[in-house]
Design a protein around this ligand. Structure first.
Ligand code: SAH
Ligand code: SF4
Length: 377
C-alpha cells in the first residue's frame, strides 16, 4: 500500500469568487487568478484547465493536479413545442435532478433544483413524496445554470442575451435546507465575472424555514418567493407540514424582516397552488386577502399539477379566475401561472427526477396510492 492517499480534486465550478480567491491564496498564488478562472468557466464554458490560456503552463499543471471543473452529467434533454426545455442531470451518488428552462417574451427563466428529493413532505408535491436523498453541492447547483446556458451556445456571456435571464430556485428541494451551497451558487449567478444576473432576477423559493430565512437576510438580498398555499394555520399545517414548526405569524414576521432589509420597493411573491375543494373557496380568497394586506406582496396562483397517486385535483379555470378576482378587487397584484411544457412533463411539482429515497417515504407513498387510486383499466 502506498502511504500517499489520493487527493479528491477540488471542483472549481462551485467556488464563489471569494472562495476561489481564498483557494488561490491557499496554494500560494495571486488572488486575481480567481477572476480569470471564473470567467473561463462561467462565461466561456470551459471545463478543460489546459484551455485557460492566460494561466501560465506551470500554474495549469499545478491546478490539474489538485482541481477539476466537473458539471453534472446530462442524461436527457427534451424540448417542448412552446420552447420549454427540460434536462435530467445525474449528480454524484447516481441520483438525477431536473432543471427546466421556460422562455417567455424577452425573458428566459431557469428553474433550478437545490436538493435530490425533499424532506419536507408537502402533501401536493411530487418531489416531497419521493423523500429526501441528498443536498446538492454548489457545483451541482450552479452546474445546472452552466449546462443550460451552454446548451444555448458559446460564449455563455453572449448567449445569455437570449437565453437565461432569470433563475428561480423552484426545482426539486428546499433551498434553505441546503444553505451554504445555495448561497455560493446564487453568488455566482449574480457575479459580474460569471453570469451577472441582477439580484431581482434571482429568486429563492421557500416553504418557510424561518431561522434559515432570517440568516438569508443577513447574507444576501435576492428576490424572495414563499410557498403559502393556505390562508390559515389549520389548513397550512396539513398542506405544508413545516408550518407546524414555524406557523404563519412567525413566517410573516420573518418575511417582513427580510423585506425591510431590501428597501421600499421590494415585495415577496406568495405562491398559492390551487387545489380543488381544498384551498380555493371565496371565503379562503377573502382570508388570503386579509393576510396579504399585512406584508408587501404579489400573489402567484399556480394551477396544481397532478402526478400519479396524488389525492388532489386542480381547481377549475373559472374557480381560479373567481379566486383571483376577489384578490384583485381588494387591490392585490395577482397573476395566474401559465401551464408550460406539458408535453414534456416540465411543470412545477412534476420535477421528480430519480430519487433513491433515504427516508423510505416513497414506499409509504406507494402503499397509500395502492389503497386510494382506482384500478387502472
Ligand atoms: N421547496 C421550495 C421550492 C421548490 S417547490 C418551496 O416549496 O417553495 C416550487 C413551487 O412549486 C412551490 O411553491 C411548490 O409549493 C410548488 N409545487 C409543488 N408541487 C406542486 C404541484 N404538484 N403543482 C403545483 N405547484 C407545486
Ligand atoms: Fe419540498 Fe417545496 Fe415540495 Fe414542499 S413544495 S416538499 S418544501 S420541494
Amino acid at each position: 500500500m502506498s502511504d500517499v492517499s489520493p487527493v479528491t480534486p477540488v471542483n472549481l465550478l462551485g467556488l464563489s469568487l471569494p472562495k476561489l480567491e481564498a483557494f488561490f491564496e491557499s496554494i500560494g498564488e495571486k488572488k486575481f487568478r480567481a477572476a480569470q478562472v471564473v470567467k473561463w468557466i462561467h462565461q466561456q464554458g470551459v471545463t478543460d484547465i489546459d484551455a485557460m490560456t492566460n494561466l501560465a503552463k506551470p500554474l495549469r499543471e499545478k491546478l490539474k493536479a489538485i482541481a477539476e471543473v466537473r458539471p453534472p452529467i446530462i442524461t436527457f434533454q427534451g424540448d417542448s413545442e412552446d420552447g420549454t426545455r427540460k434536462w435530467l442531470m445525474q449528480v454524484d451518488g447516481g441520483s438525477s435532478i431536473e432543471t427546466v428552462f421556460i422562455p417567455e417574451g424577452d425573458r428566459g427563466t431557469l428553474c433550478v433544483s437545490s436538493q435530490v428529493g425533499c424532506s419536507l413532505d408537502c402533501s401536493f408535491c411530487a418531489t416531497g413524496k419521493q423523500g429526501f436523498n441528498k443536498n446538492l453541492t454548489a457545483a451541482e447547483i450552479i452546474g445546472q445554470v452552466f449546462l443550460a446556458a451552454k446548451s444555448f451556445g458559446l460564449p455563455i456571456k453572449e448567449s445569455q442575451k437570449r437565453a437565461v435571464t432569470n433563475v428561480v430556485m423552484m426545482g426539486m428541494g428546499e433551498p434553505l435546507l441546503n444553505f451554504e451551497p445555495v448561497l455560493d451558487a446564487m453568488s455566482l449567478m449574480m457575479e459580474d465575472q460569471a453570469y451577472g444576473l441582477s439580484k431581482r432576477r434571482v429568486t429563492l423559493s421557500t416553504s418557510g424555514v424561518v431561522p434559515a430565512l432570517d440568516r438569508l437576510g443577513e447574507a444576501t438580498d435576492v428576490a424572495l418567493a414563499v410557498s403559502l398555499h393556505a390562508p390559515n394555520d389549520a389548513l397550512r399545517n396539513e398542506l405544508v407540514p413545516i408550518n407546524r414548526k414555524y406557523p404563519l405569524a412567525q413566517l410573516l414576521d420573518s418575511i417582513r424582516r427580510y423585506l425591510d432589509r431590501l428597501g421600499e420597493r421590494r415585495a415577496v411573491t406568495f405562491e398559492y397552488t390551487m387545489l380543488k375543494g381544498i384551498n380555493d373557496s371565496d371565503e379562503q380568497a377573502r382570508e388570503l386577502s386579509r393576510l396579504a394586506k399585512t406584508v408587501r406582496c404579489k400573489i402567484n396562483l399556480i394551477p396544481f399539477n397532478p402526478f400519479p397517486g396524488t389525492q388532489y385535483e386542480v381547481s377549475s379555470r373559472n374557480r381560479i379566475y373567481a379566486f383571483q378576482r376577489i384578490l384583485l378587487n381588494d387591490g392585490h397584484v395577482v397573476t395566474v401561472r401559465k401551464t408550460r411544457g406539458d408535453d414534456i412533463d416540465a411543470a412545477c411539482g412534476q420535477l421528480a427526477g430519480q430519487v433513491a429515497d433515504k427516508t423510505k417515504r416513497s414506499s409509504r407513498y406507494i402503499q397509500l396510492r395502492d389503497v386510494t387510486s382506482p384500478v387502472p383499466h
